[in-house]
Design a protein. Structure first.
Length: 184
């Protein structure tokens, strides 16, 4: 789920960025500091969207930065348990599919791909259903449900578990054909 937050904070702007417009310098520093990070209260910071207010600036002896009181907006993403998400396969490994959902990837373990015995075919690379003949691999659009979330300090350290083994979930082509109990 995506959210927009308004945040009030003091931003440390290095002297090298102070030669031009202060608002642009603060925005640039916020983007550098926050985008792609995981905040325990807000989730994954996707983008700093705007500066709402620039307040007083303070210089602290011994610190080269200028601290600027600022009100700004951020766009964040929080993967919620049981949320149904659409994404596309960005990597296929022997143990499952990595699906891009918003700013991060989730893992669909091979046991959660479909209600069929699946085998990994490295020559494609993709997973193939034994009885159904269904194939899912790179760049395929899929619908999945979030079944586990572990947010850490960075996106790379965070983990999202997905399933496609429920009605209305799976590869979009299967859903459009009326298979797997739903439509796209």
């Amino acid at each position: 789920m995506f959210y927009v937050y308004t945040v009030r904070d003091s931003v440390a702007v290095p002297p090298a960025k102070l030669s031009g417009d202060l608002k642009e310098a603060v925005l640039s520093q916020l983007k550098e500091d926050l985008e792609g990070r995981v905040d325990e209260d807000m989730g994954v910071v996707v983008a700093v969207t705007s500066i709402k207010e620039i307040g007083d600036a303070v210089i602290i002896p011994g610190d080269p930065n200028v601290f600027v009181d600022t009100v700004f907006e951020v766009l964040t993403y929080v993967p919620l348990l049981q949320e149904v998400v659409d994404g596309y396969v960005v990597d296929v490994a022997e143990f499952g599919l990595f699906v891009r959902i918003g700013p991060m990837d989730g893992l669909v373990h091979m046991s959660q791909i479909m209600d069929d015995y699946v085998r990994y075919d490295p020559s494609i690379p993709a997973f193939v259903g034994r009885d159904s003949g269904k194939v899912v691999g790179m760049k395929d659009k899929v619908r999945a449900r979030i079944v586990s979330v572990s947010l850490k300090e960075t996106i790379a350290d965070s983990k999202v578990g997905l399933t496609m083994r429920q009605p209305g979930l799976g590869k979009w082509e299967w859903l459009e054909e009326g298979e797997n109990g739903g439509e796209a």
